[in-house]
Design a protein around this ligand. Structure first.
Ligand SMILES: NC(=O)c1ccc[n+]([C@@H]2O[C@H](COP(=O)([O-])OP(=O)(O)OC[C@H]3O[C@@H](n4cnc5c(N)ncnc54)[C@H](O)[C@@H]3O)[C@@H](O)[C@H]2O)c1
Length: 313
């Protein structure tokens, strides 16, 4: 007799939940999904079918099948006996609280509950829970069915064992989880993006560069290397034989000068108009649908090439 597949519960099937559901199916789990939204079941099915070809390209687990999806508007039956619960409901603390309370009524007491929340703190989400020690952040990058990064953070009441189990679970399904050791607003990767966006908006606002040239500065410059190695390893390689020590000695002082010169910017109507006009001009040269398709196709190829390279972290 065929062994039943382990079940993952996906709560909330919008942009993020649908993508997680597709990924879990591709990894050979049975997926129980719930969402009270109008047409949620048909929209989930539409999204999963759209994501499936790129998941097939990445390689499906032997047991993977679209038939392993069960949708229900009943949250209790969705989480019952689940091995892992990925929560992707709306980004509001009151909703997260009521979702966690409902999950706890039916889930096994030690099943991990990982929230995808981009901005809420686990410490706030877990307050009032019966078993707060098993609640953790599992923050993906959009779209979770393609991007490997998952940020794992515990709240004040999360147990160290939960953090370990969450990291282990995500590793076991070929994600690249990182452990953030202290809760900070926006977690880590979005803070890094925000730092770059701030200077990008500032430089365009000050007329130093056009929107299109700024995009090229990243996509044809450091962005190419950043997809392969992070900022610190890239700095080390830029230091030549002397590595990071030489780099810091030699380029440390100018880097500090640049830091001191970085700009402040606010998203005023005037600044926003400059950015919007610049993006529209840039888009006039491209077919947006093809651009998105080509980006996702190249991303899948890049992920495959990274997988085949054993010396890249
Ligand atoms: N969109 C992103 O780029 C992104 C990236 C990473 C993480 N996140 C996080 O993921 C979570 C979901 O964001 P999203 O962008 O998918 O939002 P979304 O609005 O696309 O989806 C939210 C879904 O939750 C459903 N929902 C509402 N009440 C519910 C309930 N009681 N039970 C179950 N489902 C319910 C809605 O019907 C909707 O389908 C948020 O916490 C967000 O911060 C979003």
């Amino acid at each position: 007799m065929r062994k039943p597949l382990s079940k993952i519960a996906v709560i909330g099937c919008g942009v993020i939940g649908a993508s997680w559901a597709a990924y879990f199916l591709a990894k050979g789990f049975s997926v129980a999904a719930t969402d009270p939204g109008h047409n949620a079941e048909s929209s989930l099915s539409k999204w999963i079918h759209a994501f499936w070809p790129s998941l097939e390209k990445q390689g499906l687990a032997p047991e993977a099948s679209l038939d392993n999806l069960v949708f229900s508007t009943d949250l209790h039956s969705t989480v019952k006996n689940a091995l892992f619960i990925q929560e992707n409901g709306p980004e509001r603390l009151d909703i997260k609280h009521s979702l966690i309370a409902a999950i706890e009524e039916a889930a096994l007491p030690d099943t991990l509950i990982a929230s995808s929340s981009s901005g809420l703190l686990v410490s706030d989400m877990q307050s009032g829970a019966k078993h707060p020690e098993r609640i953790v952040l599992g923050h993906p990058f959009n779209p979770p069915h393609l991007i490997p990064l998952v940020e794992v953070v515990g709240g004040k009441l999360t147990s160290p064992e939960t953090i370990e189990r969450a990291l282990e679970f995500y590793r076991s399904i070929d994600k690249k989880p990182i452990h953030i050791r202290r809760e900070v607003k926006g977690h880590v990767a979005n803070r890094l993006q925000a730092a770059l966006w701030k200077e990008a908006f500032h430089l365009v606002d000050q007329g130093v560069i056009s929107v299109a040239d700024l995009d090229t500065a990243i996509s044809s410059g450091p962005g190419l290397r950043w997809a392969l190695l992070g900022p610190f390893l890239n700095l080390h390689l830029s230091g030549g034989e002397g590595g990071i020590e030489h780099l810091l000695e030699h380029l440390g002082p100018p880097i500090e000068d640049w830091w001191a010169d970085l700009g402040q910017v606010s998203l005023t109507a005037h600044t926003n108009k400059k950015i919007i006009d610049g993006v529209r001009q840039e888009l006039a040269l491209h077919d947006e649908t093809l651009m998105r398709q080509q980006r996702d196709k190249l991303l899948v190829s890049l992920l495959q090439m990274k997988k085949d390279s054993d010396q890249l972290p």
